[in-house]
Design a binder for this molecule. Sequence first.
Ligand SMILES: NC(=O)c1ccc[n+]([C@@H]2O[C@H](COP(=O)([O-])OP(=O)(O)OC[C@H]3O[C@@H](n4cnc5c(N)ncnc54)[C@H](OP(=O)(O)O)[C@@H]3O)[C@@H](O)[C@H]2O)c1
Length: 334
Amino acid sequence: MKKVLITGSSGFIGSHLVDEALLRGYDVYAGIRRTSKQHYLTDPRINIIELDLSDKNKLKDKFTRLQRDSGTFDYIIHNAGITKSNNKSEFDTVNYGFSKNLIDTLIETESIPTRFVYISSLAAIGPGSNNTNEPVTKNDIPHPVSYYGKSKLKTETYIKSLKKFPGLIFRPTGVYGPREKDYLIMYKMINRKIESYIGSDKQLLTFVYIKDLVRLIVGSFNSEISNGEYFVTDGDSYTTHEFSSIVKKILNKKTIKLVVPKSVALPVSYIAGAVSKLTGNVSTLNPEKYKELSCTNWLCDANDTFKDFDFKPEYNLFKGLLETLDWCKQSNLL
Ligand SMILES: NC(=O)c1ccc[n+]([C@@H]2O[C@H](COP(=O)([O-])OP(=O)(O)OC[C@H]3O[C@@H](n4cnc5c(N)ncnc54)[C@H](OP(=O)(O)O)[C@@H]3O)[C@@H](O)[C@H]2O)c1
């Protein structure tokens, strides 16, 4: 049975990756930290493995022992990371520094797997042009607008600098589905009959449903491709208004539209960021998130992904949201 290690298994994408890998018959090792919640990791077939990505010496000890006791992992999906923080430098520390710790440990302990899949992000490349509304392509010069995007790009660059390292990079756009928490805020607002937008510009967005994403990523182990960068979307483009309309339709709600001008949203994001720092919670709206929310073109060209991995998304936004909102209701979140 092939062994797969998935870091960040306690989170939204990670827990779905674990489910998909189990479904496909892999021997699954769920990498978590000591403090991680494990409520989505209850299947008895899962091997829980505590990894302190911040401490390279501990990591080296761990991988030396793992190597000795049960051999090298066949596949590693490095998914652990932060998408928001009150502290700008934390993006670099966690998303780049901890990734480098893991990769260097694998090299130094001779534990390099057949495939190391890195979950990057469209944010690493940045938005497309506001003037042309053309999608970004893998040939564009990366221009991340946030510290988050910069940290993901730095890890990509490090992976690509390594010789003979089987680093395959996926760059998902907005991922939605059951267990996700940020879009949930929007579903809850619409459920309370409020539809809010930042600025009046039309924003072009791309999405991928979690089940399609994990099918692609775990399915990529069977491909010959072990390097390169791939955008991941469902192949369609949507506006923010279309997203809200679908949610309204499924929830059967009539809403009041609230358009927050950008000139107001920016200071509000600073206030929300400052309050977050005081309370220790990380607000979904903060100056870093504002930078991404205020860009109007998040289209990307995923044709290579469809072609090279024979990836055919099964969910468009309507079908995915139908399933997501049903899950939210079943889980008493709406
Ligand atoms: N969601 C999206 O739309 C999206 C889009 C593109 C790319 N991504 C990427 O996908 C990955 C997973 O994102 P997600 O949306 O699933 O986020 P999430 O639900 O917040 O999960 C993040 C995971 O990373 C772990 N993690 C966070 N900080 C860590 C640290 N300091 N040390 C070790 N582990 C840490 C978390 O562990 P705890 O449970 O212990 O906190 C959790 O398991 C990230 O790398 C993100 O950049 C997400």
